[in-house]
Each structure stands twice: as C-alpha cells, then as structure tokens.
Write a new protein. Sequence first.
Length: 159
Amino acid sequence: MTAQPAQPQPDGSAQPAAVIVERHILARPETVFGFFTDRDKWLSWMGSDGEFSFTPNGSYRTRVTGDNVAAGRFLEIDPPKRLVFTWGWAEGGMTDVPEGSTTVEITLEPTEDGTLLRLVHSGLPTREACAAHEEGWAHYTRRLTVRAEGGDPGPDHWM
C-alpha cells in the first residue's frame, strides 16, 4: 500500500493525491470480480446496505459504516479484469470528498495461483483524505480477500 501526496503543478496548484493498494488473492479474477458487481457479495465485505446499478454510468449508494454513506457512478465495467467508479461521501465521511468527486480503479491480473488486485483511488484533495482512504481501503481489501478466498471475515468492527 502506498499513498502518493499531492504534487505541485507549474501553476502553483496541487494535483490531487492517490492511494494504491495491492493484494494477492487466492481466487480466480472471475471470482474476485463478482465481489464488485453483485450487491450481496459487495455487502459481504464492505457496507451494511446499499443500492447498486452495475452498468456503465449506473449509480450506487452504500452505507459503509454508521452514518457514512458513499455514492458515485460506475464508469467502466470490463469483466473480469477492470472496474472504474467515482467515489465520495453523500452523508458523513469527509466533507472535502463529496459524492462522486474521486475515482477508484480496480484491476485484476491473473497470477499462477490466483489474482493480483490493484486498487488506485485518485483525486483525493488532501493528505488527510489520502491517509483516511488508505486506511479504509486497507481494511476493506483485507475483508474482500478473506471473502473471495471462501472465508468469513466476521463482523466489521468499523460498523
């Protein structure tokens, strides 16, 4: 996992920061991909409730933890190797990361014994937002790994 801080641009502005999380999962890409495109499977590793339209330009809205509701749109769905969606907080969460204001890109690369998941969350406006989302994605990709490998991650202690 790495967090890339905002980079200064020639005009003095800062390019938003990004978070990169990689996980090796002992499951085929088709299996892992299903946890990003099926409501019940998604909610088995992240969130307690949600509405999802798993189509390009389809929207989603999901209660991730407590009062924190994430929302955005699916931009690209390319089974079983790539998924891109916008991300932000519709309720709770970080007020400087509003609904749909950042982008999450998931790539799934087959390996000899499973899948290399690479998650890149870009467009985060501050180091604080980057750190918070790095912690969140580390937590949730751990839970996803357990689920995709056929295990039960147990109750989400962040709920």
